[in-house]
Design a protein around this ligand. Sequence first.
Ligand code: XLS
Ligand code: NI
Ligand code: NI
Length: 448
Amino acid sequence: MGLWDIDKIEYVGREKGPQEGLAFHYYDADKVVAGKKMKDWLRFGVAWWHTFNQELVDPFGTGTAQRPYYKYTDPMDQALAKVDYAFELFTKLGVEYFCFHDRDIAPEGDTLRETNANLDKVVDKIEENMKATGVKLLWNTSSLFTNPRFVSGAATSPFADIYAYAAGQLKKSLEIGKRLGAENYVFWGGREGYENLWNTEMKREQDHIAAFFHMCADYAKEIGMDAQFLIEPKPKEPTLHQYDFDAATAINFLRTYDLTDVFKLNLEGNHANLAGHTYQHEIRVAREAGFLGSLDANQGDKLIGWDMDEFPTDLYETVAVMWEVLAAGSIGPRGGLNFDAKPRRTSFTPEDLFRAHIAGMDSYAAGLLVAAKMHEDHYIEDLQEARYSSFDSGIGATVEDGTATLASLAEYAIDKPQSELIAATKSDHLESVKATINNYIIDALAEA
Ligand code: XLS
Ligand code: NI
Ligand code: NI
């Protein structure tokens, strides 16, 4: 049973009925769906910070989590012990990737030099375990938001010493990413924004962080670190306003500062909601602009306006996400689905960590099955094609081939009576579309 006192999680399908908690009902890693194995479409990753470090605190209470490694009271002993627990959890779940911040895996020392030495010890052990298990690093990142030194940001801090420290931290993180063969490297700007605009030079701060990103790209090139760089948009929380607000804002930033060759986006469900979007919207924006990089799989709650980081179980959302992923051909060049998610405070046992990942993995596997069936039938593609068909020929085609002018269009429209214009529009039958998507969910999962 190992360190966690839990057996390897197996795929049992639906034969045992709906209540088999410690087994996969839909996630069948090697099953081929839409031309690829499920595990290669989904590339699940475990988030070190939530799964191993999150104590399930909330603003009103201390942690409720019960974890077997809490018996190691020395921070370094605990950090090293966690590596064993981590790799056993990955292999028992059959998850092939993981992600971490520098601060998740090793305690800080008083100086960057001491901190880096702590990191090296844990990274040695992580590297050994990666070799032994074949589990890979989906991405690593630097925490430039936890320590009080980052109170006013890191690469947008008004304090130059802090900026320099952040750069030093990044240098080390990129070296670790290279050493561990990171597929991606993530930048989430949790404190890169402002609390108040009156004391903020917004453009100056953005110039600074752009320079920071260029330095990171240059250094990665210099040391031969070839991870795909990703910006992870989030509109707010912890700061009042964050500069990488949403996908569209982040893409505009990358274009403004000539960073489009280096960066793509890592998109997160709950962040999308905080920005007033759906997860599907954020993925669509990135996909159509060519910036889809990777996904942080979690969900928010309709009734609560902050970052809940719930494990994703909303099938309607996983279907939408996987529909976009199938349309793109992959999550991203080197992307995966990282569970940036934590069990609820009331799900505090070690076993709940497994249950939560199983729920997330099954929900995305189910989403993949449904979306694959929709793509196979060309249901959405046909519906969209028909909707825009008036642009395939006639006056519409002149718009798309660039020959239309305001005058040519006005000339075409000038004598059209209202009755003809209304006749040119068609009902979307949106309620039927939504009901049909429901039917796809019901039918595809009944067949699974
Ligand atoms: C916080 C972010 C964070 C990033 C990595 O809301 O999602 O966890 O994924 O720094
Ligand atoms: Ni988040
Ligand atoms: Ni995230």
